[in-house]
Design a binder for this molecule. Structure first.
Ligand code: NAD
Length: 504
């Protein structure tokens, strides 16, 4: 499968030095931002670098208090931020509120647990090193660059920003060119509680501004976006050996087994596949249903999907597509699926009425069609009949992506989920893993690597430093040119005891 290159989407008006962000539903202007070039980006990184010693010096407790204050500041402006997310991203105020709430959970977990996860940890020593005290500490990288996307503009870049800050790094953040005002709002809230130094700042602009951040001397780069841009970012960072975290796209599957609660599965499929107009990296795009319950599932799914309307009122309405390029991808996938013998049982090409797309449910689509193999990123669901859950797992695992998944089965959910090659999976619900602050978020294969959130996310933004401290002189020292003949003899006796035939 070849992925379509991510076409830069210059929906907003662009002048040489500024660009406007607009409401995708109405075209109304939201705000104007500078197009930051290499000099501005490099300056922002230099300012952040000057703040690293101070932020690191606050320690876990000091940073935890500031991060808790940031959480409170964001909470007290919840309505204002939800309204801004609605206006600039297009999702409904309810969906925006859920996204912000999930971000606040992540923030709470990181600020409360960073010291426990990253604080100095003693490590058990062995017999040969019994005279040493062994420990590991986790040190922040310094300045972390975060490049974000627009679809979950608070939560997804927020995961990297929060993990990096809690680990003691300063952050320079480039929000998506489609949602810069949301990025700026979140950073301004931080500045109200950490005003002393530019610990967290933004640079704005399009792809070249992101590219400038990759080569501005950051110590680690965390990227959220498409696999196509992720490859470019990784290549850019390779020239300076800058380590990267890549949170990329997906083609998430749902498996519905014979013993599934079909109503719950339908509810979850629509929420995660159609909500946010399907513009969710962990959105359900493929549904594999076992033969015995396929017809009943499809009946329920189609009946409920017909109640949803793009641009309609809440709770059954959802917002517009944010990027015209993505609308064309959805149109292409649907038309191609129909041309290959697929059938639309809800909606069809006529559902695409920019900037909105009504729900589309497809069946009988061949496995190699783009609608099955590439990320669609729109409110479309492709339902496929399978013999059993083994076939469902095999089909779900085909293809290069491995981000999230869901499984509906009353008795076999854990077993089915264990066979899936994905970074995250929910059994008998959808995307609940995002609501557990201690769980890592990320994928495998073309969905990227590295993690944000939870202990793994905190460790992603710190380097481990191993230390031994000798507490008493060793009885013999084989690691010396002047060891004398008995030292290696004693050492051989010790390793025979530890690793020889009679060892355990
Ligand atoms: P995109 O790759 O077009 O852009 C992402 C960001 O990269 C933007 O800020 C953009 O300005 C910047 N950029 C573009 N070219 C660049 C370059 N050469 N160097 C550096 N930065 C550059 O993606 P998008 O359209 O904003 O987002 C949609 C994609 O993001 C989908 O594939 C979706 O699945 C994925 N996504 C993944 C996650 C995750 O956590 N895995 C979360 C949200 C979205």
């Amino acid at each position: 499968m070849t992925e379509q290159p991510a076409a830069p989407d210059h929906r907003a008006a662009v002048s040489r030095t500024t660009f406007d962000s607009v409401d995708p539903a109405t075209g109304a202007m939201v705000a104007t931002f500078p197009v930051d070039g290499a000099t501005e980006v490099r300056d922002a990184v230099a300012r952040a670098r000057a703040a690293t010693r101070w932020w690191d010096g606050l320690g876990f407790d000091g940073r935890g208090r500031r991060l808790a204050a940031w959480r409170k500041a964001l909470h007290s402006s919840l309505d204002e931020l939800a309204d801004l997310v609605h206006r600039e991203n297009g999702k409904s105020v309810d969906e925006a509120t859920l996204e912000i709430g999930a971000h606040l959970d992540v923030l709470a977990w990181a600020s409360a647990n960073a010291g426990r996860v990253l604080g100095t940890r003693r490590v058990r020593r062995g017999l040969i090193t019994s005279n040493q005290a062994a420990s590991v500490t986790y040190r922040p990288y310094g300045v972390v660059g975060v490049i974000g996307t627009w679809n979950w503009p608070v939560y997804t870049p927020g995961g990297a920003i929060v993990s990096a800050l809690a680990a003691g790094n300063c952050v320079v953040y480039k929000p998506s060119e489609l949602t810069p005002a949301i990025g700026r709002f979140v950073v301004d809230a931080f500045t109200t509680v950490v005003g002393e130094h530019p610990v967290l700042s933004t640079v704005t602009g399009f792809g070249p501004s992101g590219a400038a951040l990759c080569s501005a001397g950051v110590d680690k780069l965390s990227f959220v976006g498409s696999a196509a841009t992720g490859r470019t970012v990784m290549a850019q960072c390779a020239t300076t050996l800058t380590p990267v975290v890549l949170e990329l796209g997906g083609k998430d599957a749902m498996i519905v087994a014979d013993d599934a609660d079909l109503d719950a599965a339908v509810d979850g499929a629509l929420w995660l596949g159609v909500g946010n107009s399907g513009q969710t990296c962990i959105g359900t795009e493929r549904i594999y249903v076992t033969d015995r319950v396929y017809d009943a599932f499809l009946d329920k799914l189609t009946a409920r999907a017909r109640r949803l309307t793009a641009g309609g009122p809440e709770p059954c309405g959802y917002g517009p597509m944010l990027s015209p390029g993505q609308i064309e991808t959805v149109r292409r996938h649907v038309q191609d699926a129909l041309a290959r013998g697929g059938r639309a049982v809800v909606g069809g090409p006529e559902s695409v009425r920019p900037p909105f797309i009504d729900p589309i449910v497809l069946v009988d689509v061949p496995d190699d069609a783009p609608a099955m193999a590439e990320e669609t990123f729109g409110p479309t669901l492709v339902v496929t009949r399978v013999r059993d859950t083994d076939e469902a797992v095999a089909k779900a695992n085909s293809g290069p992506f491995g981000l999230g998944a869901s499984v509906f089965s009353r008795h076999h959910g854990r077993r089915i989920a264990a066979g899936l090659r994905v970074g995250m999976v929910s059994v008998n619900n959808v995307m609940v893993f995002t609501a557990v602050g201690g769980l890592p978020f990320g994928g495998v294969g073309d969905s990227g690597f590295g993690r944000v959130h939870g202990a793994d996310g905190l460790r992603e933004f710190a380097w481990p430093k191993a230390m031994t401290v000798q507490q008493m002189a060793p009885p013999f020292n084989p690691m010396s040119f002047f060891r004398g003949p008995s030292a290696i003899r004693n050492y051989r006796a010790l390793i025979r005891m530890l690793h020889g035939r009679r060892s355990r």
